[in-house]
Design a protein around this ligand. Structure first.
Ligand code: SER
Length: 317
């Protein structure tokens, strides 16, 4: 197996790449990035390349050079940045995906993974236990690119038989690489600020509830989906996926169990409107049925693991 990971320096890419290298051999996983420099861990653990995914010929060169047969296309502009720069979000998210899908057909790539998101849903979607098949009328540019991308993936599967698989990730919480420019970022930022400043000001209200997941579970879900037999994959747009749903206040209280001095306040900004347009909880029973999805981390277990790891990181310096 020769794997290409685009967006390997992003929040998910930086951890998924390392897991893929562990599972399939370090030299079989080519990590690519555009402007952000790779971490030492990523650089030292296997091959890296620089590429702009909106440049089709540049991506082609890498596929040919490394005889790629599997692609994890993770590059994407997230929701909050996408609202500041909608043209950029469309360009990177759509042109990048179309280039990857076209090249995947041309070079007979065996499997492609592409992430969708809870952002594919919108204010007209049922907000509680959102079903797999439901109304998709997002109000952010990020969400628009996710719905269009999901349909494009399904189209390439139907028309060209391309084995493309996708997950609608909830907010992902992790300690290795911070997320960049998303609406769910508060659920990560609180951990950093709790340790460094004992003070955190949420940019959403305390009653804001969104679906979330710890990175370990997100990496596991991605690997499990990609390892499942093709005949089990009944959804070719993107699978609903979730682990936890909690309010801003609930995560604050959980962190305060470990750091009682932590003070929190709430000052909603433009991201509140985005959060309010997304579901509070997700029905991911199709993923559980088709390929055995099962999450491991509860809010309590995740909070402890996050704080242990972040504290260990701080102590290194
Ligand atoms: N975490 C993402 C965001 O907030 C959702 O996919 O934009």
């Amino acid at each position: 197996m020769k794997i290409l990971v685009t967006g390997a320096v992003g929040q998910i890419g930086s951890e998924l790449t390392l897991e893929l290298r562990k599972r399939y051999g370090a030299n079989n996983v080519i990590a690519t990035m555009h402007r952000t420099p790779p971490s030492d861990e990523l650089k030292e653990s296997g091959p890296i390349e620089k590429v702009d995914v909106s440049d089709k010929e540049a991506v082609r060169k890498i596929i040919k050079k490394h005889k790629i047969d599997t692609i994890y296309h993770l590059v994407g502009i997230l929701s909050a940045v996408g609202e500041q720069k909608p043209d950029l979000a469309w360009h990177v998210n759509m042109t990048g995906l179309k280039n990857v899908l076209d090249l995947a057909v041309e070079y007979k790539i065996k499997k492609v993974f592409w992430p969708s998101s809870i952002a594919a849903f919108g204010p007209t979607t049922p907000r509680v236990k959102t079903p797999q098949r439901t109304v998709l009328e997002p109000t952010t540019m990020y969400g628009v690119t996710k719905v269009a991308g999901e349909l494009l993936c399904q189209y390439y599967f139907e028309k060209y038989g391309l084995d493309v698989r996708s997950l609608r990730y909830p907010g992902i919480i992790s300690w290795k690489t911070a997320p960049g420019g998303g609406t769910t970022d508060y659920a990560v930022a609180i951990f950093y600020e709790a340790i460094e400043k004992k003070n955190y000001e949420f940019f959403v209200s305390k009653n804001t509830i969104l679906p979330m997941m710890y990175m370990d579970d997100a990496v596991k879900a991605t690997c499990d989906l990609m390892a499942a037999p093709a005949k089990n994959i009944s959804v070719r747009t993107s699978y609903n996926l979730t682990a936890l749903s909690f309010s801003a206040e609930e995560i604050a209280k959980e962190v305060q169990k470990h750091i009682p001095e932590l003070k929190v306040s709430y000052k909603p900004d433009f991201r509140q409107k985005i959060a309010d347009s997304w579901p509070q909880s997700i029905d991911d029973s199709q993923a559980r049925k088709d390929w055995g999805w099962k999450h491991e981390f509860t809010l309590a277990k995740m909070t402890k693991d996050m704080l242990d790891n972040l504290k260990a990181e701080c102590n290194k310096f």
